[in-house]
Write a protein that binds this ligand. Structure first.
Ligand code: MIC
Ligand code: SF4
Length: 625
């Protein structure tokens, strides 16, 4: 386990959501394995719940039937967001989990070792194969003290983002420890591990302690409890100290989760919209606090407030104890338990609108309105600002009431359908609607690559830039040809047409290329458009794996200044690429337009090299079978 070297992990549990799940199950089916080999696999429906045509409903049916046939639990639409439900009903301390969603590390709040991955990696894990990552470095975040009134877990992770930035966690696991940990409940810990994804971290994890036991007990799952903590003499590559009692309400300003300031610093800016929900901040206690703040008040005239509870359990409990009535009376627009506005499924702000959201990402255009100004805040800041009409500091509310986790959550798993027993499974027919199209095939690597620099982009390009989501595009997640029309549209509307006309090319990027979501579509669509390689200053973890799985070569500049030696439209060549992928750590990239020869690094393990040479993971799996 040497930091930076590739390691394979045995995976105990997997999860998928519907926007990435359809592709993951098509890939799983292509492997020809009859039943999942994990201890537990769950297929959730939570992203594509806005059904404005047959497409999403077709995908839901496909996933439901595939799950039943192949041994997976199926969480029906309406049951809630995958990460929230997994925490409540399935997560087990000490087990490994991978999910086809970048926020899978949410389960680290329970002491699980949980990673976001591309769909194909999840398919391989369902088939019993190992999950490969580069051995991360370890960062310890020591928490001391206790949060003051109206300061919350969201403010803790925003502070970590302020300190480390959206690329500060790349290649690292963030482990939380210290006396302050005891003061945070499991859902609060989960808010923090959830947004470790925004640090670019491999994952984040909390110890499993008495607080964990109490949570599992309240979920009727005390038997799943095991105590886990770091060894006393554990060594870390980096240590960060945070005194919880020194924190104040924070806000991540447009358009990056690490553009963090205090609410006081930003001041009382006028707002148009407030959205509360998402896998980051939609737990029972979060929404009880929101209900308390809204009780007896009215949402300001200039504000539209939407609230999506994280799960049916949360929603039901708010309904049963009357808190939902306070939320409705205040004028909130209550949405179903799903990702909703977080992934641009409805509630796009007005032109240039200012939106406060309790979510985890405020990338440009993600809300569905290109020029919207999205700020990320805690539920407390969101609710208080919604009634004030301007960004406001909830500490003005005075003393915070004690709102505790219940001793017993309301347990009703009637929206989770178990798999069919093996003998029945054979007869189940998988239902495939017309929206399901075959995925693109990569070809084995050629001796050399000659291609144009078809696009040059800057730093921190997200997968939302490469393959946007939102209500108009997401329904086509199983239709790569259709999706390709929107590839890189946020950066360059002509990109898709140009790539088609020229038969593809090479993309040049800056640092942290491909941060954000785990969507493998951000690799499969460029593959479909003929992209052969991406040359960048550095890459985000999950996207690198997805590129390799798709057979697209990720290369990094040996000297970052050479980024300036390539312009969009230049003719490029990698004359020795195959030979060098086979046995070198560098290769030469010739810029034929300028004549300059540039050294680029090949940071790939032996296994990854074989995958690229075979033309992607599916081809590699077929060949190695
Ligand atoms: C997201 O938050 O961007 C998503 C939508 O949940 C993605 C997955 C996807 O693109 O389907 C993620 O975070 O992995
Ligand atoms: Fe859903 Fe948003 Fe969480 Fe992604 S970040 S899983 S879209 S709630």
């Amino acid at each position: 386990m040497i930091p930076g070297s590739e390691i394979g992990l045995k995976i105990d549990q997997t999860l998928t959501q519907d926007a990435t799940g359809t592709m993951a199950y098509l890939e799983f089916e292509a492997m020809g394995i009859p039943r999942v080999k994990t201890e537990l696999s769950v297929a959730y429906i939570d992203h594509n719940t806005l059904q404005t045509g047959f497409e999403n409903a077709d995908d839901h049916k496909y996933i439901q039937t595939v799950a039943k046939k192949h041994g997976l639990y199926f969480s029906r639409p309406g049951n809630g967001i995958c990460h929230q439900i997994h925490l409540e009903r399935f997560g087990v301390p000490g087990k490994t989990l991978i999910g086809s969603d970048s926020h899978t590390p949410t389960a680290g709040g329970l002491g699980m070792l949980a990673f976001g991955a591309g769909g194909l990696d999840v398919a391989v894990a369902m088939g019993g194969g190992a999950y490969y990552i580069n051995m991360p470095k370890m960062v310890r975040v020591n928490l001391t003290g206790k949060l003051r009134d109206w300061v919350s877990a969201k403010d803790v992770i925003l502070e970590v983002l302020r300190i480390m930035s959206v690329k500060g966690g790349v290649g690292k696991i963030i482990e939380y420890g210290g006396e302050g940990v005891k003061t945070l409940s499991v859902p609060e810990r989960a808010t923090i591990t959830n947004m470790g994804a925004e640090l670019g971290a491999s994952t984040s994890i909390f110890p499993s302690d008495e607080v964990t036991r109490a949570f599992l007990k309240a979920q009727g799952r005390e038997k799943d409890y095991v105590p886990l903590e770091a060894d006393e003499n554990a060594e870390y590559d980096e240590i960060i100290n945070i005194d919880l009692s020194s924190l104040e309400p924070m806000v991540a300003c447009p358009h990056s989760p690490d553009n963090v300031k205090s609410v006081e610093e930003v001041g009382n800016i006028l707002i148009d919209q407030v959205c509360i929900g998402s896998c980051t901040n939609s737990s029972y206690v979060d929404l009880m606090k929101v209900a308390y703040i809204l009780k007896g008040k009215t949402v300001a005239d200039n504000v539209s407030l939407s609230i999506a509870p994280g799960s049916k359990q949360v929603f039901n409990m708010l309904a049963a104890n009357g808190a939902l009535a306070d939320i409705i009376a205040a004028g909130a627009r209550v949405l179903e338990c799903a990702c909703g506005p977080c992934i641009g499924m409805g509630q796009s702000p007005k032109s240039g609108g200012v939106s406060l959201r309790t979510f985890n990402r405020n990338f440009e255009g993600r809300s569905g309105t290109k020029d919207a100004q999205v700020y990320l805040v805690s539920p407390e800041v969101a609710a208080y600002s919604a009634i004030k009409g301007v960004l406001s500091n909830p500490r003005e509310l005075g003393e915070e009431p004690e709102i505790q986790l219940p001793e017993q959550f309301q347990i009703n798993d009637n929206m989770i359908i178990p798999p069919a027993p093996p003998e029945e499974a054979k007869n189940i027919e998988v239902v495939r609607g017309p929206n399901i199209k075959p995925f693109p095939n990569a070809n084995p690597l050629a001796e050399r690559i000659d291609a144009e620099c078809i696009l040059k982009v800057g730093d921190n390009i997200t997968t939302d830039h490469i393959m946007p989501a939102g209500s108009k595009i997401l329904p086509y997640r199983s239709n790569i040809p259709y999706l390709s029309k929107f590839c890189f549209a946020v950066c360059d509307e002509q990109f898709a047409e140009r790539a088609k006309e020229k038969g593809g090319g090479i993309v040049v990027g800056g640092v942290n290329y491909g941060q954000g979501s785990s969507r493998e579509h951000a690799a499969l669509v460029p593959l479909y458009l003929g992209i052969k390689a991406v040359v960048a200053k550095s890459f985000a973890r999950i996207h690198t794996a997805n590129l390799i799985n798709a057979g697209i070569i990720p290369l990094t500049f040996a000297d970052e200044h050479d980024y300036d030696a390539i312009a969009q439209g230049d003719q490029l060549s990698l004359p020795d690429i195959k030979k060098d992928i086979e046995n070198s750590d560098t290769t030469v990239l010739e810029n034929k337009t300028t004549g300059k020869k540039i050294t680029v690094n090949i940071n790939l393990s032996k296994r990854q090299r074989e995958i690229i040479i075979a033309g992607g993971l599916l081809n590699y799996t077929r060949v190695s079978k």
